[in-house]
Design a protein around this ligand. Structure first.
Ligand SMILES: [Fe+2]
Length: 306
């Protein structure tokens, strides 16, 4: 199916209030005014109404991942494909579509239980984006939010089948030092980014590890790195340059426990089919030193089912 990228992400968090300062002041997100009576913190990266929604909730979890379809005919074809594949699809009503700020959407789960949505027609307001601090802007628009890394207790073959044959994603590769069935990086069929989503297996665990977002200017990575150190909000990995997709990034910890990969640069290609799968010897060319060892608190142990 035709998918551009991650149009929006929703997370739930008991610490949602802290995002109102952390989001704009440290990371430079804009803030969108929520509807009356809604405590959700809506964070902006560009002229779209919002990109990341932090809803009040009892535990730290990713609530939904919204994939952008270019237009209505492509959306109709995508929904038909989901149904043909036997995926249980719930049509979002007009009230939900208004809350999400899109024309239409459907909801469904992947084979490992994460909730996804497909939509088209995300609301925008031209030249309305104002960053939360001095900032040269985010890589967003048609490329969307960026990428997400989700932890799963197992990586069943149905997951690969779903991502490749139902969602129609393109395989990018295993993570550095990853092996088949342990971690998979995937991209939508229409993007020039190297990857939009990765599922990494850690037995007995699930949750959001990080959301990767791009900024236009390397200086904004450095400034955010300074601010995180000054405020003591913590980071998973220090500043560094990856090997597989050579972005310069660091991993600030959010009030919800998961990290952002706050990045600049990296690979883009109009034809990924001509690039051989990258299998680097090391995760990073330099840097990315572990600062907060262990898993983010958004990744939790799951109850054993056997
Ligand atoms: Fe990443």
């Amino acid at each position: 199916m035709d998918i551009l990228g991650i149009g929006y992400v929703g997370v739930e968090s008991p610490n949602y209030r802290d995002w109102r300062t952390f989001g704009p002041e440290v990371l430079g997100f804009g803030l969108a005014a929520p509807p009356e009576g809604d405590e959700t913190v809506y964070l902006r990266m560009d002229d779209r109404r919002y990109r990341i929604a932090v809803h009040p909730g009892e535990s730290e979890q990713v609530a939904y991942i919204g994939w952008e379809i270019p237009n209505r005919p492509a959306y109709d074809a995508a929904v038909a494909k989901l149904r043909k594949a036997g995926v249980e699809v719930t049509v979002g009503d007009a009230e939900l579509a208004e809350r999400r700020g899109v024309t239409e959407l459907v909801r469904f789960n992947d084979p490992v239980g994460y909730q996804h949505e497909l939509f088209y027609g995300q609301k925008f307001d031209q030249r309305s984006f104002v960053p939360g601090r001095r900032h040269a802007g985010f890589v967003a628009d048609e490329l969307g939010v960026g990428h997400m890394v989700l932890i799963v207790p197992e990586y069943p073959p149905e997951l690969d089948d779903f991502l490749a044959n139902v969602m129609g994603f393109r395989w990018f590769g295993h993570g550095a030092n990853g092996h088949r069935g342990q971690i998979g990086f995937w991209a939508t069929n229409l993007t020039t980014l190297s990857h939009n989503i990765a599922y990494g297996m850690i037995p007995g665990h699930r949750g959001l590890h990080h959301i990767g977002i791009g900024v236009n200017d390397l200086d904004d990575v450095g400034i955010a790195h300074d601010l995180v150190q000054e405020r003591g909000t913590g980071m998973v990995y220090s500043l560094g340059k990856h090997t597989q997709d050579p972005v310069i990034s660091f991993y600030p910890i959010t009030p919800s426990g998961f990290a952002f990969e706050y990045l600049n640069g990296g690979m883009t290609s109009p034809d990924w089919g001509l690039i051989s799968e990258r299998n680097p010897e090391t995760l990073s060319v330099w840097g990315h030193k572990p600062v907060s060892p262990g898993l983010p608190k958004s990744v939790t142990q799951v109850a054993k089912t056997d």
